[in-house]
Design a protein around this ligand. Structure first.
Ligand SMILES: CC(C)(COP(=O)(O)OP(=O)(O)OC[C@H]1O[C@@H](n2cnc3c(N)ncnc32)[C@H](O)[C@@H]1OP(=O)(O)O)[C@@H](O)C(=O)NCCC(=O)NCCS
Length: 250
């Protein structure tokens, strides 16, 4: 599945254009048509928005890194081998050979979209997203191996992912993180997520919640209801253009 050595700005060996949002949007439309013909059980993103990531990906994200549509089962070895280290947790705090009857496993199988970042045969990062409701997508987990952190691999994929979600009808993307997670706070700000709350949880402690609007009308409501003073969301800002391409206002 890897496209080793392929340069940015060119297509991969599989004829996948790089940096072309239109291509993604067309794939969503195509996959919605396919959906009607299939009878196999479908994931939540497909059921709600007609998005079949496996028909939209792979996507080349760096000269030697490709994002592929994955699954819970396919991603599990990466999670088991690396999550404790990446998230600085106790060894057994995450999945460890989970039983297939574990409700978490059933949840992830039904609701989870898994995106593996492959460098050759090696997975170097994993992104997991889930539908939060009919118009809201939740970034449940993002994890890059320490040696590739800071290389913007996940950051570069987000704008493309948002294009697909928007084309499917998603109005907002939500995420939350610890106040101490500087890299994630920085990344979310860069991608034009709005701080939208505090979440106090039994599982992860206090988190700051963020919302990235894909729908202008929804963002306008947010601005009108809650924001006074300067509104960067309504400015054109060259520095934000690269990271948050779809946020550009015409
Ligand atoms: C957060 C994370 C998913 C971001 O993935 P990524 O695409 O590799 O991130 P980026 O390279 O775009 O980094 C985002 C910003 O944080 C900074 N950063 C990332 N990793 C860093 C690190 N280990 N140390 C210092 N700064 C770091 C980057 O410099 C970047 O800032 P910039 O855009 O000004 O250069 C990744 O760093 C990671 O896996 N962290 C550990 C797990 C985690 O915290 N997950 C999120 C939980 S909510």
């Amino acid at each position: 599945m890897a496209a080793t050595g392929t340069k940015l700005g060119h297509s991969t060996g599989q004829g996948i254009p790089v940096g072309d949002p239109e291509f993604f949007v067309q794939r969503v439309a195509d996959s919605a048509v396919t959906t009607e013909r299939r009878s196999a059980p479908m994931r939540m993103s497909e059921a709600l928005w007609g998005i079949r990531w496996e028909e939209i990906l792979p996507r080349q994200i760096d000269y030697d890194v490709v994002v592929i549509a994955s699954s819970f089962e396919q991603s599990l070895p990466f999670i088991e081998a690396n999550y404790s280290r990446i998230f600085e947790e106790e060894e057994d705090a995450r999945f460890s050979h989970p039983s297939s009857t574990d409700p978490r496993v059933r949840y992830y199988r039904t609701v989870g979209d898994f995106f593996e970042f492959k460098q050759g045969d090696r997975t170097v990062a994993l992104l997991i997203g889930t539908a939060a409701d009919w118009s809201t997508y939740y970034i449940r987990s993002a994890a890059a191996l320490p040696e590739v952190q800071g290389k913007k691999l996940i950051q570069r994929f987000f704008p493309e992912m948002f294009e697909v979600l928007k084309a499917g009808g998603v109005e907002r993307v939500e995420a939350d993180t610890s106040p101490s997670n500087m890299a994630t706070l920085h990344l979310l700000s860069r991608l034009r997520f709005n701080p939208s709350g505090t979440v106090l949880t039994d599982r992860w402690g206090a988190h700051i919640k963020f919302t990235r609007y894909l729908d202008d009308a929804a963002e306008q409501v947010f601005l009108d209801q809650f924001c006074t003073g300067v509104r960067y969301q309504r400015r054109k800002h060259p520095g934000l253009r690269r990271a948050g391409r779809i946020g550009e206002r015409q």
